[in-house]
Ligand binder design. Structure first.
Ligand SMILES: NC(=O)c1ccc[n+]([C@@H]2O[C@H](COP(=O)([O-])OP(=O)(O)OC[C@H]3O[C@@H](n4cnc5c(N)ncnc54)[C@H](OP(=O)(O)O)[C@@H]3O)[C@@H](O)[C@H]2O)c1
Length: 347
C-alpha cells in the first residue's frame, strides 16, 4: 500500500513527524507493507511546496531547520493559501498540524472539512478542531468513509482514544481526573526548584513543548480544550472549551510553590470531569495535592490521566517526560491505523 501524505504545518510537530517517517521507513515497508510519499508541505510564512512526484523530505527538513522558504521545492502553479494547498495537493492523508486556536478551532476545522470532503483521511495533533467540532467532523468523516484520527491531541500521544475504543469494548467512561498540560507541569516543577515562572516558561519554550501562544498553556486554555475533547469523545458530551470552568497557574508564585513543598504538598494544574444529572461538568484549576496523591509525584513534562469506568473501575495512564517524539509517534500510529483499516488489501 502506497500512501501520499500532505503536511499542513511544518513546525515542531510536523518536523518531528517527518524525522520519524524517515526513521521508520524500512519498518513500515517490511512489517506493514506501507510505503509513503510526502507530496506537499504547507506553512504560513515559509511558503508552500507541492510535488506529486514526492518531495525530498531530508532536504525539506534541512530547509526548515535553517528557517528557509520551501518555495524552491514547489512544482506547478503557485498556491496562495492552505485551502488551495489542500485542493491542489493530491494526497490520500492530510496531517493538520497548524497551531491551536483555543477560541474557535479555526482555520483548522475548515482545513479538515476541506480535506475530508476531498476524500482524504485526516490525522491531527491540533486540539482545536476536536474540541470545537468533533461531532461534525466525525459525522463528515463517516459519511465520506474516511478516517478521522487525533491520538496526538492528548497526553502527547499516549493511547487514550485507542485504549477506550479498541481495548475497552462496552465500557462507559463516567469521569476523569488528570494532569494533561505538560508545559504547566514543567513550569511548576521548575518553580519548586526556585525558578521564576518567566524563566521556567522560557525553558519550556526552548524544548518546543509550549503552544505558539504560551498564554494558552499558562491560563489553562490548553487543559480546558483537552478536557472538552475528553468529555466529547469519551463521555458523549457536547461541550466547548469555554464551558469548562477554568483557571490557570498565572497567579501562583515561586514562593507559594516552595512553601507547599515544605508542607509535603505540590501545586498541580488538575483537569477533571464528572457526571452531574444528565450532563457532564468539566473543570481546570490549580490544586495543592498532598504527596499521598499519585498525581503529586508527576515531574517535568509528565502527564497522567485517570479514567473512571463502569467496567474496570479506575484506570490510570502515566507518561513520563514525553516530548515531541511521542506526539510524532501518535501521528505515525494513526497513519498505520488508517492503512490497516481503510486499505487492508494493501497490507
Ligand atoms: N509542540 C508539542 O509538543 C505539541 C504536542 C501535541 C500537540 N501539539 C499541537 O500540534 C500542533 C502543531 O504544534 P507545533 O508545536 O508544531 O506548532 P508550531 O511549531 O508553531 O508550527 C506550526 C506550523 O503551522 C504553520 N501554520 C500556521 N498557520 C498556518 C496556516 N494557516 N496554514 C498553513 N500553515 C500554517 C506554521 O508555519 P510557519 O512555520 O511559517 O509559521 C508552522 O509550520 C498545534 O495545534 C499544537 O497544539 C503540539
Amino acid at each position: 500500500m502506497a500512501l501520499r501524505l500532505a503536511l499542513l504545518g511544518f513546525g515542531n510537530v510536523g518536523q518531528a513527524f517527518a524525522r520519524l517517517l524517515l526513521e521508520k521507513r524500512e519498518t513500515l515497508q517490511r512489517d506493514y507493507g506501507l510505503t509513503w510519499t510526502v507530496v506537499g508541505i504547507a506553512t504560513a510564512r515559509h511558503s508552500i511546496a507541492c510535488d506529486q512526484a514526492g518531495l525530498d523530505l531530508h532536504r525539506a527538513l534541512l530547509a526548515a531547520r535553517a528557517g528557509d522558504s520551501l518555495a524552491p521545492f514547489h512544482q506547478g502553479p503557485a498556491l496562495s493559501n492552505s485551502l488551495a494547498f489542500i485542493q491542489a495537493c493530491d494526497a490520500d492523508v492530510l496531517f493538520e498540524l497548524t497551531p491551536l486556536n483555543a477560541e474557535s478551532g479555526q482555520p483548522a476545522i475548515t482545513h479538515m472539512q476541506t480535506g475530508l470532503r476531498k476524500g482524504q483521511h485526516v490525522i491531527t495533533a491540533n486540539k482545536g478542531p476536536i474540541a470545537f467540532a468533533y461531532r461534525a467532523l466525525r459525522d463528515l468523516a463517516k459519511g465520506q468513509e474516511r478516517a478521522l484520527r487525533f491520538e496526538g491531541t492528548l497526553l502527547d500521544g499516549a493511547p487514550v482514544f485507542s485504549l477506550v475504543s479498541q481495548v475497552l469494548p462496552a465500557s462507559r467512561v463516567l469521569g476523569f481526573r488528570g494532569i494533561v498540560n505538560s508545559t504547566t507541569n514543567f513550569i511548576l516543577s521548575r518553580m519548586e526548584e526556585g525558578l521564576s515562572m518567566t524563566d521556567a516558561l522560557r525553558e519550556a519554550q526552548s524544548l518546543g513543548i509550549t503552544e505558539a501562544d504560551t498564554d494558552y498553556d499558562v491560563d489553562g486554555w490548553d487543559a480546558a480544550v483537552k478536557t472538552a475533547i475528553l468529555i466529547n469523545v469519551l463521555m458523549g458530551g457536547d461541550v466547548t472549551p469555554s464551558s469548562i470552568q477554568r483557571s490557570g497557574i498565572r497567579a501562583i508564585t515561586t514562593r507559594a510553590v516552595m512553601d507547599a513543598v515544605r508542607i509535603d504538598r505540590r501545586f498541580k494544574l488538575l483537569a477533571q470531569a464528572t457526571q452531574q444529572g444528565s450532563g457532564v461538568v468539566g473543570m481546570v484549576a490549580p490544586a495543592m495535592l498532598p504527596t499521598t496523591d499519585p498525581l503529586a509525584h508527576l515531574r517535568g513534562t509528565s502527564n497522567a490521566l485517570t479514567l473512571i469506568t463502569d467496567t474496570m473501575g479506575e484506570l490510570t495512564i502515566v507518561e513520563s517526560n514525553p516530548g515531541l517524539a511521542q506526539t510524532a509517534y501518535a501521528l505515525l500510529s494513526d497513519l498505520i491505523y488508517v492503512a490497516r483499516e481503510h486499505h487492508p488489501a494493501g497490507l
